[in-house]
Design a protein around this ligand. Structure first.
Ligand SMILES: Nc1ncnc2c1ncn2[C@@H]1O[C@H](COP(=O)(O)OP(=O)(O)OP(=O)(O)O)[C@@H](O)[C@H]1O
Ligand SMILES: [Mg+2]
Length: 239
């Protein structure tokens, strides 16, 4: 004889535990900055899969005419890889689209183009957070001046917007790592609108390899890359 009451309690506990894990963290996250090739799409697709792996209903918005995220997604769809993610493409003024997607999905991850894009500005007015990937190279760091100005303007309309700087393609050389990180943090500290993340993505070939396979690095056996993505996931989604 099954104890239905005990089963009922167990099921409710599980259900509410699941809801708690996903309640209050739903948000629109834009991966954007003003530098091409800083790892925006890479960060977007890896975070989208990390969220989906944890059971969230994720919509990845490709707001870049280059369509890198869409091409990654086409590979994923063709191989019927789970967990499934929804992808939509939207350009120009994306604010109304993001608002309406926010009603339907647990998480919206937006991949924008790399140069003062209209999508970064319009998306920023309704987003909860922007993650801005930057390499520790002078050319990347120089673009933070423009980002700071954009954030100040966007916050006039969206004062709660959080903006994080994420160091990408960092060196794996232990002799250089400390100095490089120090230089990155020193530079970000000059911009009060930008908060540096503790998580860092190092330069690893696996990040390149997965792009053409429709996969995330967390779906590979590269533990270091996986750890980097999960560290970012925990830091920005707090779960
Ligand atoms: N941590 C990493 N290690 C090694 N290669 C990386 C890493 N992150 C990204 N890449 C590679 O760097 C290149 C640029 O990355 P990505 O396309 O994500 O940048 P992006 O900011 O989206 O560029 P764009 O401005 O053109 O949209 C890609 O070839 C990608 O595979
Ligand atoms: Mg891109």
């Amino acid at each position: 004889m099954y104890d239905l009451t005990a089963f009922g309690h167990w099921f409710c506990a599980l259900f509410f535990d699941f809801r708690e894990q996903h309640q209050g963290i739903e948000m629109i996250t834009i991966i954007g900055c003003n530098k091409g090739g800083a790892a925006k799409t890479t960060t977007a697709i890896n975070l989208a899969v990390a969220l989906a792996e944890k059971g969230a209903d994720v919509c990845l918005v490709d707001a870049d005419a280059q369509r890198s995220a869409s091409r990654w997604y086409a590979e994923r769809e063709a191989s019927e890889k789970k967990p499934q993610i929804t992808l939509i493409e939207k350009r120009d003024n994306i604010s109304a689209t993001l608002r309406s997607l926010d009603e339907k999905y647990d998480h919206i991850i937006v991949d924008v183009a790399g140069r003062n894009s209209r999508e970064l500005i319009t998306g920023g007015t309704v987003a909860h957070q922007i993650i801005a990937p930057h390499q520790c190279s002078q050319l990347d760091l120089d673009t933070m001046v423009e980002l700071q100005q954009q954030i100040v303007a966007i916050r006039d309309l969206n004062p709660e917007l959080k903006v994080y700087c994420y160091q990408t393609m960092a060196t794996t050389n232990p002799l250089l790592q400390g100095n490089e990180r120090h230089e990155f943090l020193e530079y970000v500290s000059e911009f009060d609108a930008l908060t540096p993340l503790q998580s860092v993505a190092c330069y690893r070939k696996v990040y390149r390899d997965v792009m053409s396979l429709g996969l995330s690095v967390i779906e590979t056996d590269n533990l270091k890359a996986k750890e980097e993505v999960m560290s970012l996931y925990h830091e920005v989604f707090g779960c």
